[in-house]
Design a protein around this ligand. Structure first.
Ligand SMILES: *Cc1c(COP(=O)(O)O)cnc(C)c1O
Length: 469
């Protein structure tokens, strides 16, 4: 399988090269040259596979000639061995036709573990095979960073630096990052918001001298190999609910458009996805885009679902590339305009294509608290604030007829409620307990670096701290 940049000026590359470089050299994101599709018969044969075998079957379509199905299944088996539910991504049926997919059974109890645990093993294998080492640099609004530091801790071939917005991640998220005490693993508190952290990462990737000197890699959701394992749970849920014989819709709480884009890829691979529901909090740049056909940057407002407090959805560029019929030059022009003016509009043809598959909803903090309370009362399910944004959107999509009543909607539960205990307690009066493996988390000692919100400050920090400097 060959990979190309969404901006038309990088590629073709193989799977492993795309894995190790993350962001393309022209500033774009890598995508495979095509989406390999499964026939209905092939999907029926996948329905009974254990999760790791399913992962191997699906991901091997994107690693053709470089990694085979058995190797991928073994890597997935290792990656998910420590998860606390044997089904890995179990479904929980609410009243009505909504099924919550629990994506919080990994070590840091958010869905990022599903990709990151796999990615760590993929990186290790690729770097060792090439006799190379790398510096991983990432920005996090909370969950990516904890999942990444947890997954990459102790890998000899990797120094990892995770930037997080100082004071803007939840206490549990912060402690999951800062309690990691391993050589080469660095949590960095940046005096700025998430978009500042993300901008610094982008700038340092565009600093080719620095990038080559430290062999810089990304594990943010801009890395294609991070999306690959996320495609798997869309298949696992839909197959469990009767696909390919039955259509399924998904409701995905999102900010960066990574997780929901994986659902789009699953659809392009043949999964009968009736609709993809994009669920935002009050940072609703994506919802406004689907309503108005214009992407318009706004200021970030802190919310109860901080992992979606984003105004620049970096993975959206992948959908943009598809909506523009894979015209990289057009995408580059649009993204340049967005960087300059904070706005772009799309032609009607592109918006028609977008509306064919996507619907979008938003939910503010008051609505989020109300949904957490209601799910507890009506369904006996304790949702974290992000998951509540998705479940609420699913309920509204049924109520307003966007999704027909006979089509099941899978709402992705992206974090364990204890990861955002303060919000849950505010809504229900009860603070959810952390699972046993994290029971003493808040007593573990903290270790972190601090940096100003500038690319130069972070570059200096990396050059001072990396182990091969
Ligand atoms: C990362 C995250 C999201 C947003 O996912 P994206 O794919 O990056 O948009 C939502 N909820 C939780 C709990 C998260 O950790």
């Amino acid at each position: 399988m060959k990979y190309y940049s969404t901006r038309g000026n990088d590629g073709p590359l193989g799977y492993e090269e795309a894995l190790l470089s993350g962001l393309a050299r022209d500033g774009g994101l890598y995508l495979p040259e095509s989406y390999p599709a499964f026939s209905d018969d092939e999907m029926r044969a996948m329905a009974d596979l254990p999760y790791a075998a399913l992962a191997g079957r699906i991901m091997s379509r994107f690693t053709d000639g470089e990694l085979d199905e058995a190797e991928l299944a073994a890597m997935a088996g290792d990656a998910y061995a420590g998860f606390t539910d044997l089904d890995v991504a179990p479904l929980h049926h609410l009243n009505g036709n909504i099924h919550v997919m629990e994506l919080f059974h990994g070590p840091t109890i958010a869905f990022k573990d599903y990709a990151m645990q796999f990615l760590s093993s993929a990186f290790d294998r690729a770097l060792k095979g090439a006799g190379r080492q790398a510096v991983i640099l990432g920005a996090t609004s909370g969950d990516t960073g904890s999942a990444a530091l947890e997954a990459f801790r102790g890998r000899d071939a990797v120094d990892i630096f995770i930037l997080f917005p100082d004071g803007r991640v939840s206490p549990v998220q912060q402690r999951q990052m800062t309690s990691i005490d391993a050589d080469g693993a660095h949590a960095v508190a940046v005096s700025g918001d998430f978009d500042d952290c993300q901008a610094i990462v982008k700038q340092l990737f565009n600093d080719h001298g620095f990038r080559d000197r430290v062999n810089l890699s990304a594990v943010n959701s801009i890395n294609w190999a991070r999306l690959m394992p996320q495609i798997v749970y869309y298949f696992s849920a839909a197959l469990a609910l009767g696909a390919p014989g039955r259509k399924v819709a998904f409701s995905v709480p999102t900010g960066n458009f990574g997780n929901v884009f994986a659902g789009y890829v699953a659809m392009r691979m043949g999964l009968p996805v009736e609709r993809l529901i994009v669920a935002s909090n009050s940072n609703d740049i994506l919802t406004r885009f689907f309503e108005q056909g214009a992407m318009q940057r706004d200021v970030v407002t802190p919310s109860l679902s901080p992992s979606m407090d984003i105004q620049v959805s970096s993975n959206f560029e992948r959908l943009l590339f598809e909506l523009m019929d894979r015209d990289g030059v057009a995408v580059a022009g649009i993204m340049d305009r967005f960087a300059e003016t904070g706005r772009f509009e799309l032609p009607d043809s592109a918006m028609t294509a977008a509306h064919r598959h996507f619907s979008a909803y938003r939910l503010d903090d008051a609505g989020t608290l109300a949904e957490i309370a209601a799910s507890m009362e009506i369904d006996g399910m304790c949702l974290d604030p992000h998951s509540a944004v998705g479940v609420s959107a699913a309920r509204r999509a049924i109520a307003d007829g966007t999704v027909a009543a006979d089509i099941p909607i899978v709402a992705l539960a992206c974090a364990h409620p204890a990861k955002f205990g303060a919000a849950v307690s505010k809504a229900t009066g009860t603070t959810p307990a952390l699972p046993p493996h994290l029971a003493d988390l808040m007593q573990r000692p903290e270790k972190m670096a601090k940096a100003d919100a500038s690319a130069a400050a972070v570059r200096d920090l990396v050059l001072e701290q990396w182990r091969r400097g």
